[in-house]
Design a protein around this ligand. Structure first.
Ligand SMILES: Cc1cc2nc3c(=O)[nH]c(=O)nc-3n(C[C@H](O)[C@H](O)[C@H](O)COP(=O)(O)OP(=O)(O)OC[C@H]3O[C@@H](n4cnc5c(N)ncnc54)[C@H](O)[C@@H]3O)c2cc1C
Ligand code: FES
Length: 257
């Protein structure tokens, strides 16, 4: 079969979960490579050449050959995407980037640490690990209770929640939550994290201090998504790396923050 990196898909649903967070389900119309958890696609947000550049989105879920994304309206591109209707077609390229590595045999418990839209990158991995019977704890932070609606599709037994305004769960950020539970982390634990740089650098530092393995998924502005424009380079201990190609998932101790 000839698998294409660039293909078209039909919109099955594009629904608002909160006023600015949408769930988009696509049914690919051409052959494509099946994605792995942590990878992303570049989606065209307009039929015309304005805006010209496709936008990167993590794979929230991949099931029954349908691709699902979760996105927040940030600027013009995501606003245009939110206006697309069921039955319309969309072009996309991918999957791109390195996936989250699987836990090895010594891993006794996995911690997923994230907040806001970071769950978009991790949900596919959560589903895979849950299906494999892996012990899993999710630590999730939101600004306020109503934003927790984005967790309605997350199928996990143990989820600890923090809200910054204290409307639900622990009062504080996901880092406050992490700090108050981190004494339970063991050297045999493994952390997967996605979120803003401040969250990732903090988790990175704690993981290194405690000798715990961690996989951190970074976000950078991207123009091409497949390694040619060098728009997404970051500094690492092994020199500059492209988030779209060598990432977006990096090991603890790898990135220079
Ligand atoms: C690998 C990867 C996966 C992503 N996955 C998701 C996802 O699953 N769901 C989701 O909602 N978003 C995700 N994003 C972010 C998403 O791509 C941007 O929000 C989107 O491109 C914004 O497009 P726009 O035209 O609406 O905004 P623009 O008009 O381009 O920008 C609006 C504002 O957002 C800021 N911004 C735009 N892109 C980024 C970025 N990558 N990092 C930091 N700030 C940015 C700009 O600086 C500006 O302030 C991902 C980004 C990357 C790199
Ligand atoms: S986005 Fe072009 S090199 Fe990464």
């Amino acid at each position: 079969m000839n698998l294409s990196i660039s293909f078209k898909a039909e919109i099955v649903e594009n629904t608002a979960i909160t006023p600015d967070i949408f769930k988009l389900t696509l049914r690919p119309l051409d052959s494509f490579s099946e994605p792995l958890p942590g990878q992303f696609f570049m989606l065209s947000v307009s039929e015309s050449h304005d805006p010209l550049l496709k936008r990167p989105f993590s794979i929230f879920n991949f099931k029954d050959r349908e691709l699902q994304f979760l996105y927040r309206i940030r600027g013009r591109g995501t606003r245009l995407l939110s206006e697309k209707k069921q039955g319309q077609r969309i072009s996309l390229t991918g999957p791109f980037g390195k996936s989250y590595p699987q836990p090895d045999k010594s891993t006794q418990e996995v911690w997923i640490v994230t907040g806001g839209l970071g769950i978009a990158s991790l949900n596919f991995m959560i589903n895979r690990l849950t299906g494999e019977g892996q012990r899993l704890k999710v630590l999730y932070g939101a600004r306020t209770g109503p934003e927790l609606r984005i967790l309605e599709d997350i199928r996990v037994k143990e989820i600890l929640i923090a809200t910054e305004d204290g409307t639900e769960g622990f009062t504080g950020t996901v880092l406050d939550l992490f700090n108050s539970y981190s004494m339970n982390l063991q050297p045999s634990s493994l952390i997967y994290a996605c979120g803003p740089q401040a969250v990732l650098s903090f988790i990175d530092q704690k993981a290194q201090e405690r000798g715990i393995k961690a996989y951190l998924s970074l976000e950078e502005r991207m123009a091409c998504g497949f390694g040619v424009c060098l728009g997404c380079v970051i500094k690492t201990k092994e020199g500059y790396k492209r988030v779209c190609k060598e990432g977006p998932v990096f090991r603890e101790g790898e990135v220079i923050w």
